[in-house]
Design a protein around this ligand. Structure first.
Ligand code: RB5
Length: 145
């Protein structure tokens, strides 16, 4: 599994924490920034990460801003991206099982690192159920062409 991670300044601290978690779990990842806590524009990071997932460079991504909302709205502008904002474990599981989400978004100012790590663990370890859900996901993919 090829994983890419990105954040703006609002998500920087949580991104660094999640990177530590991924290292502990020996899960390889690439960090597309931001690499400092200085203020930056979340659409720029969202576009870079989303395009790299959409073109197959990576299988999935994690994007973090202050709320997880702006960075997810921006990522979902890229064709083929299904970015899901998850601040609980149930949503993390079903974003994968029913929506085949390929990017997880979270808010660094909303949840703490313990819950965020659990959400990441579930997101990365849950598969897509397919079946009727695949038909619905295909309908979504057709919408943004
Ligand atoms: C940055 O201040 C903040 O607006 C951003 O991180 C995010 O929360 C936007 O949705």
């Amino acid at each position: 599994m090829k994983l890419v991670i990105g954040a703006d300044h609002g998500g920087f601290d949580l991104k660094e924490n999640i990177k530590e978690y991924l290292k502990e779990q020996q899960i390889a990842f690439t960090d597309y920034g931001t690499l400092t806590p200085e203020r930056c524009d979340y659409p720029v990071v969202a576009k870079k990460v989303a395009e790299a997932v959409a073109d197959g460079t990576f299988d999935c991504g994690i994007l973090i801003c202050g709320t997880g909302i702006g960075i997810g709205i921006a990522a979902n502008k890229v064709h083929g991206i299904r970015a899901a904002l998850c601040h609980d474990m149930f949503s993390a599981e079903y974003s994968r099982r029913h929506n085949d989400a390929n990017i997880l978004t979270m808010g660094g100012r909303v949840i703490g690192p313990g819950l965020a790590r659990e959400i990441v663990r579930i997101f990365l370890n849950t598969g897509f159920d397919g079946g009727r859900h695949a038909e619905r996901v295909a309908m979504i993919t057709k919408m943004d062409k």
